[in-house]
Design a protein around this ligand. Structure first.
Ligand code: PDD
Length: 282
């Protein structure tokens, strides 16, 4: 396969030639935000929603948005065409830019903008057919999880904890209540009803959160956003996780304990089918 091409500050470059100055505040402080958009057959899935979240993340940390939505789409299209893959995962990152190291925001600085793409590698069919395992841990991240910040150390440590346990995800709890997994949102199903933590500062509102709301409404599956205790998670009939790269997956064990009857459940099956239908309608 030929080398990947990335777009750095408006310039298309082979990945190996793309360089960031060491004083970039993304490198020095983790001072930036990112997005991950899945593309199917070259078309962004829920692109407008992803770009709206990107705009919210930028506004939350006071970085001017370098592009309008249509300019972002045009830039993404350049990278996507240059790489010529059917199903891709586009990664976009904006940092505050390059400046002498001082914590507070520098004046007159240009944001650094990177867009790159990788093949979209979805979970193997076995993960959907048999379900996946997760572990739980205390959520020790900061209190602005609604911002899709590149300061991801808390999420990195959670993902590593899952990897060391040989499982797919680490499901986090803060003060006894469910927040989210290291890089996915978590859904709890009981008696045919779906529940998820509220969209507040304790979780990243996944773009699939909105999709799940739409799918549940269309399928007349009750969905409520509320605080969920450990007991409710462990007592669920089904637990699901969602993200751009995992789509929707059923969780069948948590901390080695079986969820429901230990098999992917009927609510998962319906929502997953709805997800695939939404993709097909792109
Ligand atoms: N992560 N919560 C966290 C902490 C996440 O990092 C993600 C996604 C989600 C799900 O959001 P969405 O449905 O928009 O993908 C929830 C991406 C995939 C990543 O960091 O690679």
């Amino acid at each position: 396969m030929s080398e990947a091409v990335v777009l750095l500050n408006g310039e298309l470059l082979p990945l190996s030639e793309a360089r960031i100055p060491v004083l970039d505040r993304g490198f020095i402080f983790g001072d930036g935000i990112y997005e991950v958009i899945p593309l199917y057959n070259g078309k962004p899935f829920r692109g407008a929603q992803h770009l709206a979240r990107l705009a919210r993340s930028l506004a939350a940390i006071g970085i001017p948005n370098p592009y309008t939505e249509s300019e972002w789409l045009a830039q993404i299209d350049r990278v996507v065409r240059a790489n010529g893959l059917a199903d891709q995962m586009v990664y976009m990152q904006v940092t505050r830019g390059v400046a002498r190291r001082a914590h507070a925001f520098p004046k007159d600085v240009q944001p650094t903008v990177l867009i790159m793409t990788n093949p979209l590698v979805l979970p193997p069919a076995q993960a959907r057919e048999q379900g996946v395992a997760c572990v739980t841990m205390e959520d020790r991240r900061w209190l602005n999880c609604q911002i899709k910040s590149v300061s991801l150390l808390g999420n990195v440590l959670a993902a590593q904890y899952a990897a060391e346990h040989g499982v797919t995800e680490a499901i986090q709890f803060r003060d006894g209540y469910l927040t989210e997994a290291s890089s996915s949102n978590v859904w709890v199903v009981r008696n045919g009803r779906v529940a998820a933590p509220p969209k507040d500062n304790l979780i990243l509102e996944g773009i699939r959160y909105g999709l799940m709301e739409e799918l549940c409404a269309a399928m007349e599956i009750p969905l409520e956003a509320r605080r969920l205790s450990r007991e409710e998670v462990f007592g669920a009939d089904e637990v699901l996780i969602s993200s751009a790269t995992k789509e929707l997956l059923p969780v069948v064990t948590i901390d080695g304990r079986t969820v429901g009857d230990g098999k992917p459940g009927p609510v998962f099956a319906r929502l997953y089918a709805g997800y695939q239908a939404a993709k097909a309608a792109l």
